[in-house]
Design a protein around this ligand. Structure first.
Ligand code: BES
Ligand code: ZN
Length: 419
């Protein structure tokens, strides 16, 4: 592996915690990112040769105060920047040290793509499709909910965590993708309307895994449920231990359990439903960026996207946290109504990530309506992620919290999939 690639990989939070990355020594790969103004101001004075290609004020929905369901619109200045890829670890480090959070930027494959995403982000007030969010499928949702089993979710999390790691560019990461592909095939065997495939990506070997349930009335319109397959930890060398139990085996396991119950129930939606386990989320949302870009190019009518990234660790008393930034406000309200109606015992809070922190942002960036229900508030998230301690032990070897998100995901898929 070349040095640039290694450094580019290190653009993640755990790395930022451990060491200050060296300054760029080699003439390296050019990278294009979109980055919030706060993060950019930290790097700009140091990043020699970096060039801002464009700046936009992007509207984001934020809680009026932390935890409040009431939203207000704020504006965030976002830049598309061209720079040497070797600066990215320093950017992560600065964001972590000075802004006390992770991430802070999204990496794109070209200048044109960074500019297109920036342009799109600005226009997300009106998504391409505005479906009806009426709740009218209790007859289908209610009998399926009790079929979802906590023990099966836990067992999938365990199997995925048992891979040495699921790095996007390691043999282990490839093996995890192959295992999930086979597992989803087994679960859907004999159901001709369910098709499983692996999506190859330009630039790294790990494939995303996709299961499509063909709609039987309005098949072109598609509902997407996603989670990320890859994991990361420490210096991200190919043999590093990165169990990624919460981040994000817990999201993939939720999708897997929904698939199992839908297959066993011979459930057929009117719209199509796709479950996607994305490759390469941890290195700048790269798998989902490629997929969302392709769907936009093909003008695929994606009516809604739900991202499940970290579902197993309950950080505080509130059960479900709906993240309001880089997501769609109307669909978020629908998600809250689903919870109130199908999971009335659960409490719901609102918070924000502060940056494009998971794959929902790739869809938002392409003009699709996406939501991101999260396991905790941003302040109380599982601090074991991106380390070798992100195991099932961290959440008590149980998947009761993950089960809530699995139930929510099933209700979302069926209610939105039925129209
Ligand atoms: N699951 C995390 C995102 C997350 C972490 C959300 C903590 C809320 C609290 C995700 O896998 C991740 O690590 N994202 C990166 C950013 C991405 C663009 C590489 C991050 O947060 O550093
Ligand atoms: Zn992560």
């Amino acid at each position: 592996m070349n040095t640039t690639r290694k450094l580019a990989q290190a653009a993640l939070c755990a790395f930022a915690l451990s060491a200050l990355p060296a300054l760029p020594a080699l003439a390296a790969e050019t990278a294009w990112i979109t980055v919030g103004d706060g993060a950019w101001r930290l790097l700009a004075p140091q990043a020699e040769g970096a060039r801002v290609l464009s700046t936009r004020d992007v509207a984001v929905n934020v809680p009026v105060q932390r935890g409040s369901p009431a939203l207000t619109q704020a504006h965030e200045r976002v830049h598309a920047v061209q720079l040497d890829a070797d600066w990215l670890p320093l950017l992560s480090h600065e964001v972590h040290e000075k802004l006390r959070r992770c991430g802070g930027f999204v990496r794109h494959e070209s200048a044109a793509e960074a500019l297109a995403v920036l342009h799109r982000l600005q226009g997300t007030a009106t998504p391409a499709l505005a479906p009806s969010y009426t709740l009218d499928d209790a007859a289908q949702v209610t009998p399926m909910l009790p079929l979802l089993q906590e023990s099966r979710i836990l067992s999938t999390i365990q199997t995925l965590s048992d891979f040495q790691n699921r790095l996007y560019n390691s043999a282990h990461g490839v093996a995890a993708s192959d295992w999930l592909f086979q597992h989803w095939k087994q679960l859907s065997a004999g159901r001709s309307w369910m098709r499983v495939s692996q999506v190859a990506h330009a630039g790294w070997p790990q494939k995303s895994v996709k299961l499509r349930i063909a709609g039987n009335g309005n098949a072109a319109e598609t509902v997407v449920l996603g989670a990320h397959l890859d994991s990361i930890s420490g210096n991200a060398s190919a043999e590093v231990r990165a169990p990624g139990a919460d981040d994000d085996a817990s999201g993939v396991a939720a999708l897997t359990e929904i698939i199992r119950v839908m297959a066993d129930s011979s459930y057929r939606p009117r719209r199509s439903i796709e479950f996607i386990a994305y490759a390469a989320e941890e290195v700048g949302l790269r798998g989902s960026q490629q997929i969302a870009k392709q769907y936009q190019r093909q003008a695929k009518p994606v009516v809604g996207v739900l991202q499940l990234d970290m579902t197993a660790f309950q950080g505080d008393l509130t059960d479900l946290w709906i993240f309001t930034d880089f997501t769609n406000a109307a669909q978020n309200q629908f998600v809250a109504e689903l919870a109130a109606s199908y999971l009335p015992q659960l409490s719901v809070g609102y918070d924000r990530c502060g940056y494009a922190c998971s794959d929902h942002a790739s869809w938002t960036g392409r003009g699709f309506a996406a939501s991101f229900p999260f396991e905790s508030s941003d302040a109380t998230y599982n601090r074991a992620i991106h380390t070798d301690r992100d195991t099932t032990a961290t959440f008590g070897n149980q998947a009761l919290h993950a089960l809530k998100f699995t139930q929510l995901g099933l209700a979302y898929a069926v209610e939105l999939g039925s129209d």
